[in-house]
Design a protein around this ligand. Structure first.
Ligand code: IMP
Length: 496
């Protein structure tokens, strides 16, 4: 029996989520499992995520169409579920990319309930992140927060509205009135410049007098409606009817630490990135999921955008560097995972792991594995079955550090009925930014394995040093490793 089949024995619905701040290499795991599944569905996030798909050596980056699309020709159904923020401009582009590459997408389905991203959302996101905005999050600028925000405020649209011209027109008009109040509080010149962005039709939706050219938005969205029409379906019903019958793979987006409710708020995304959010986002609930796999990088972490990162190599110097990211190319030449300063070591780790955003190209901030944050993420992601990825990135590393707990070094802080005082130790992270920014990591150091993991196909042949660290993480957190990825290729995966 193939090992893949062993972990999939007696399961019908599998969810893959991320236990960190995203970018843990879920794409490869989903790709692996897509070969088994009949249906591959996304339920959270939007065009803020990105995965690279290789076909015949050619790489394409997709933001909304699920990773399983390469199996379309085999009749597998790929679904963009109800919980996803759908920017039709991005889907139309991705459909065109598939068409040009002669890849089939006959079985793609987009939920009629998915939340529709409008130009009003993209411009609001970008203005909030501008120098005039209050409190930068470092978003991807894809309109995600405003799309989900409008949904909660009941002024949002759904994908189904694209199919009903009169309803679309009325709802867009209503949304524009709402959005204008926010947009018009910004400097008109900044608004004009922002509206010129290519993601906003390069100025097509701008009106010098009224800010938004509503007719242009409606016309363009009707065009998108015609392009997307063959794919728009009641996917919730399809998935509900398929549970226990078909093999369903739920593909998570972002990561547990970016979850709107339980992530490191306020530096989070705007959907529920845990397994519960994922199940709900495709029309199911958690009890339908037979196997929930949480993906984490093997012994390091990354973060893009703003927000506290206690184990960041190089601390605030690294965060500033990644924010500006102008001299990364030169610095890479003199940095390695064994550099003597933590800051350079962080760049070395980024270089070794090719840690640059698929959606924005931004350098990802890098740091050691943080067990207090992992323990927190596990509380909200439920079962402990995990997948460790990218272990080969640390092949050259002389010494690997694992953060076992924190020492809180901030002012007295009331956490409900608990008072945190400077010097207190924490073994489970309190995800509030105002606490995390004062948490000093306490590390345990381990010798690295200093050899290539190429060709290792079984757990018992992993280097002893690697297994020692893994055993330590298992004992400390209770994780149950099910798969270990030791390289980018599909074969470079060990089943435990
Ligand atoms: P938004 O999702 O674009 O609103 O961005 C909110 C926060 O989530 C920012 O810190 C982003 O960098 C982060 N984020 C969103 N999507 C991803 C992702 O796919 N990987 C990593 N971080 C992400």
């Amino acid at each position: 029996m193939q090992p893949t089949q062993q972990i999939l024995l007696n399961v019908k619905t599998v969810a893959v989520t991320d236990l960190q701040w995203g970018d843990t290499g879920k794409g490869k795991i989903v790709d692996h499992l897509a070969a088994w599944a009949d249906i591959i569905a996304r339920g959270t996030g939007g065009a803020n995520s990105g995965h690279t798909i290789f076909e015949n050596g050619v790489a394409s980056i997709f933001h909304l169409i699920p990773c399983g699309i390469l199996y379309d020709a085999e009749g597998k159904v790929n679904i963009i579920g109800s919980g996803v923020a759908v920017d039709p401009r991005v889907v139309a582009q991705e459909l065109e990319m598939l068409r040009q590459r002669k890849l089939s997408c006959n079985h793609l389905q987009i939920s009629l309930n998915a939340k529709l991203t409008l130009p009003t959302h993209v411009v609001r996101d970008r203005l909030a992140e501008s120098k005039e905005g209050s409190g930068k999050i470092g978003t991807t600028g894809r309109g995600i927060g405003p799309t989900f925000g409008d949904h909660a405020l009941r002024v949002g649209l759904t994908v189904n509205d694209l199919l009903n011209p009169d309803i679309l027109s009325a709802k867009v008009r209503g949304n524009v009135v709402f959005a204008s109040r926010f947009v018009n509080s910004y400097d008109p010149e900044l608004v004009k410049q922002t509206m010129a962005h290519s993601h906003l039709g390069s100025g097509l939706f701008y009106d010098a007098e009224k800010t938004f050219n509503v007719d242009a938005i409606v016309d363009q969205y009707l065009v998108y409606g015609r392009i997307l029409c063959p794919f728009i379906k009641d996917t919730d019903s399809l998935i509900q009817a398929s549970v226990g019958v078909k093999k369903i793979l739920l593909e998570g987006a972002q990561g547990g630490l970016l979850d709107i409710d339980y992530g490191t708020r306020p530096f989070v995304t705007s959907s529920n990135c845990t397994v519960d959010g994922l199940a709900k986002g495709v029309g199911l609930n958690r009890s339908h999921v037979d196997l929930s796999l949480g993906v984490m990088k093997g012994f390091y972490m990354t973060r893009v955008g703003e927000g506290p990162f206690p184990t960041e190599l190089g601390g605030s110097q690294s965060a500033d560097w990644c924010r500006n990211a102008t001299r990364e190319k030169e610095a890479r030449d003199c940095a390695s995972v064994n550099s003597l300063t933590e800051f350079l070591q962080g760049i070395g780790l980024r270089k070794a792991g090719n840690e640059y955003g698929a959606t924005t190209g931004r350098p990802r901030r890098t740091g050691w594995l943080d067990l207090p944050l992992l323990r927190h993420a596990m509380l909200w992601n439920g079962k402990e079955d995990v997948v460790l990825t990218k272990l080969d990135v640390l092949n050259e590393c002389e010494q690997i550090q694992v953060c076992t707990h924190y020492q809180y070094m901030g002012p007295p802080y009331h956490f409900g009925d608990r008072l945190l005082s400077s010097g207190d130790y924490l073994s489970v992270a309190i995800p509030a930014a105002e606490v995390l920014e004062h948490c000093k990591p306490v590390y345990r150091a381990f010798p690295g394995w200093k050899k290539s993991l190429k060709g290792i196909a079984s757990f018992q042949y992993l280097p002893e040093e690697l297994r020692t660290i893994l055993d330590f993480v298992i004992v400390e957190t209770g994780v149950n490793p099910r798969m270990i990825s030791v390289g980018p290729d599909r074969e470079e995966t060990i089943f435990v």
